[in-house]
Structure formats: structure tokens, C-alpha cells
Design a protein around this ligand. Structure first.
Ligand code: CP
Length: 261
């Protein structure tokens, strides 16, 4: 239902490199939920293919797809979560630092789907997370509660700050994402104003450790959530992070398809 560059290309290349073949179905092709119900699409596609990646607006569409499909269904992003991104993010941090547990990630910006999966994932592997969002854009309450619970079980801390400087203080990894996610375009002007002091720029970066690394799931809007200077910094892991979508999604496909074979 939503456009994609990284998720789509990384999954398509992953499948091809693993010896499979791919069919892409855009919203115009199947008109999910309009031309026919999600459950019918899920059940019929399950008779044709070995696995499905879905990218939807409403999270309940992804859940309904998974409930009715008889093959693995991977969430390639919904309004609520972006789990494949979080897997690649954690892999990238592990690849760079050689460890995860005990590191400190500072996130600044919107409490969106990318953040939801990131805090869940960090909590599960013991990465401490400080999140700074405007108060009206805090992460989803139930995801936040479960992340706090998971963090506690793994000896980590997940905390929210209003002040972005506090969230960045001493961070090993700094992370941001767009202020206007797909589907929120009508809120653009309001969001640009509200998020102005949450930009990841040189001054904010100075709060983090001098050895900190910069992450962004892309696409980025330079001059909004992040400056061009920070994007282009030698401390950026952003392109490696995008590359890792391919490797991690390949591993995910192997895991899921093996399980069902
Ligand atoms: N990060 C990410 O999911 O990129 P795409 O929207 O291009 O797939």
C-alpha cells in the first residue's frame, strides 16, 4: 500500500540471491481491502507463493493478513511498526561496536513506527534508549509499556525526555527519522513547526559521545530532521545500515522459509 525503495529492493534482491523469484503487487494491482477483503487475498496468495511481505497503512491489515495466510507473512512496515528496519539497525550496531548490551542509543524526533520497533528491539538485547519527542508525539503507550518491561528483563533502561539535549547526552548511537511519515502529509506544516527544535544537527550531536555513530532509516529530509552536514559526517552508519537491510532480510527469509519446509 505504501511506496518503498529499500524494503522492496532489498527483499527482491534477497530472494533472487537465494535462488527464488519474486512478484510485486502494488496497491493498484490488488487494491487491498477495496477490491476484495484482506482475508481473501491472504488465503489465495498462500496457494500461489511461499512467503509474503506486506507493507500496509493500518497495522490491523498486516495482522489480518498473517491470521489468514498459511505461509510466512513478514511486516515490511505498517503505521505501527517497522520490524525489518529494527533488525537491520541492531545488526548494524552490533557490526560496528562488536556488542549491543550496555550501549546507549539516543533517538530524537517523531514517536513513529520506526521508533516503536527500535525500542522493542533495543529492549530485547539490552541497549539503553533515551527518546526525545514533543509531548504530543510520544510513542504508542502499549508499545512503550512492553518495551519498558522487556528492557527491565534484560537489564536495560528505556526513558522519554522532552528535551532532545538530554536524550543525546552520552549516547553511543544517535538516531532520527522523518517528521512527516507516509500518510501524515496533511499534517506537514504543523509538524515542521512542532519538531523544529528536534533537528539532529551539529550542536545536538556534540551532546553525544565523541565516538558516537549516526543512524537514520532513510529516506531522509535534509534540513528537516537532520542536517546535510550530519548526514555526510564520517561518523554516519546510514548507508551501511541500508545495506544491512539486504543481509538481515536474507537471514529472515532463510529462517522463516526453512521453518515451514
Ligand atoms: N527504510 C525504509 O523502509 O525505506 P523504504 O521506505 O524505501 O523501504
Amino acid at each position: 500500500q505504501k511506496p518503498s525503495m529499500r524494503t522492496r529492493v532489498a527483499f527482491e534482491v534477497a530472494v533472487l540471491q537465494l535462488g527464488g523469484s519474486v512478484i510485486y503487487l502494488g496497491q493498484e494491482d490488488i487494491q487491498l481491502g477495496q477490491r476484495e477483503p484482506v482475508k481473501d487475498v491472504a488465503r489465495v496468495l498462500s496457494r500461489y507463493v511461499d512467503g509474503i511481505v506486506v507493507r500496509t497503512f493500518a497495522h490491523k491489515n498486516a495482522q489480518e493478513f498473517a491470521a489468514y495466510a498459511s505461509i510466512p507473512v513478514i511486516n515490511g512496515l505498517s503505521d505501527l511498526v517497522h520490524p525489518c528496519q529494527a533488525l537491520a539497525d541492531l545488526f548494524t550496531i552490533q557490526e560496528h561496536f562488536g556488542r549491543l548490551k550496555g550501549l546507549h542509543l539516543g533517538y530524537v524526533g517523531d514517536g513513529n513506527n520506526v521508533l516503536h520497533s527500535l525500542i522493542q528491539g533495543c529492549a530485547m538485547v539490552g541497549v539503553n534508549v533515551s527518546v526525545a519527542t514533543p509531548p504530543a508525539y510520544r510513542p504508542n503507550a502499549s508499545i512503550w509499556t512492553s518495551a519498558m518491561r522487556r528492557a527491565k528483563a534484560h537489564g536495560a533502561v528505556v526513558r522519554w525526555e522532552r528535551d532532545p539535549k538530554r536524550a543525546m547526552q552520552g549516547a553511543d548511537v544517535v538516531y532520527t527519522d522523518v517528521w512527516v511519515s507516509m500518510g501524515k502529509e496533511q499534517e506537514r506544516q504543523k509538524r515542521l513547526k512542532t519538531f523544529r527544535s528536534y533537528q539532529l544537527n551539529r550542536a545536538l550531536l556534540q551532546r553525544a559521545k565523541p565516538t558516537c555513530r549516526i543512524m537514520h532509516c532513510l529516506p531522509a529530509h535534509r534540513g528537516e530532521e537532520i542536517t546535510d552536514e550530519v548526514m555526510e559526517s564520517p561518523r554516519s552508519l546510514i548507508v551501511a545500515q541500508a545495506e544491512n537491510r539486504l543481509h538481515v532480510q536474507k537471514a529472515l527469509l532463510m529462517l522463516l522459509l526453512k521453518t515451514t519446509r
